[in-house]
Design a protein. Structure first.
Length: 236
């Protein structure tokens, strides 16, 4: 099974009375549901992530960089968990958007996504890990080569990915919804590539923003103590 950016199996869509905005804006989280299949689509700070799940089962994910020109989403693929040969390719997707719906034309058809949020929140952005507490000391993380760990947050949704675009490798991902209030960051896991039994779990962390750094501490999904620093990429 191949996963393309907006592939929908046996999907029939309706575009009644859909009017495009004069200034297209796709930033934020979008979702498409069909029976047991759910598509999560996130755009933030020049990055896009697209993930498919069936029930609690992770199906696949892909993503990378994007820009918009002439009502077209122009993408460059950085990872694809089902087809690594797509990494590095550039694919254009004509689209139209309103405040509530996003219609995308892909090589295999069209699909309509419903807006979840507009991508605005204190933590909204794309982050990469730059520091971690080890043996009681905060140590910088210098990722070698082209391996990267990104965490994308929209207004209400999150997804992390561990990838190596240079080697066309995908190591893992997880995501769902989140809240951030009064120094508490809470994740509710909706999909997890390495262990479907994690779906439905809720994890609570202490969080604070200092300049463009997000200090993140608590217990990992395995119960290990963590203290991490994530730095924002680009502008919100």
């Amino acid at each position: 099974m191949k996963l393309f950016l907006f592939s929908i199996l046996a999907l029939t869509v309706s575009f009644t009375n859909l009017k495009a905005q004069s200034t297209p804006e796709v930033k934020g989280a979008w979702q498409l549901n069909q029976d047991e299949t759910k598509h999560h689509l996130f755009f933030q700070n020049g990055f896009y992530f697209h993930t498919v799940q069936q029930g609690n089962v992770f199906v696949g994910t892909n993503g990378g960089l994007y820009e918009i020109k002439d009502n077209t989403i122009i993408t460059k693929v950085l990872f694809n968990s089902l087809d690594s040969t797509k990494v590095g390719s550039k694919i254009d997707y004509p689209f139209s958007v309103t405040t509530t719906e996003l219609v995308v034309t892909a090589p295999d058809g069209q699909a309509t996504f419903q807006r979840v949020d507009d991508g605005n929140a204190p933590l909204a952005g794309v982050w990469h890990i730059t520091g971690r507490m080890q043996d009681g000391k905060l140590s910088p993380i210098h990722q070698t080569g082209t391996r990267q760990t990104y965490k994308l947050l929209t207004g209400t949704k999150f997804q992390w990915v561990a990838i190596d675009p240079g080697k066309k490798q995908f190591s893992g991902t997880g995501g769902g919804s989140y809240t951030f209030k009064d120094g508490k960051y809470v994740e509710n896991i909706e999909f997890f590539s390495r262990d479907n039994t994690r779906v439905g779990a809720s994890l609570s962390f202490d969080g604070k923003l200092e300049d463009r750094n997000w200090h993140h501490s608590g217990l990992s999904s395995k119960g290990d103590k963590i203290y991490e620093i994530w730095s924002k990429i680009g502008d919100n």
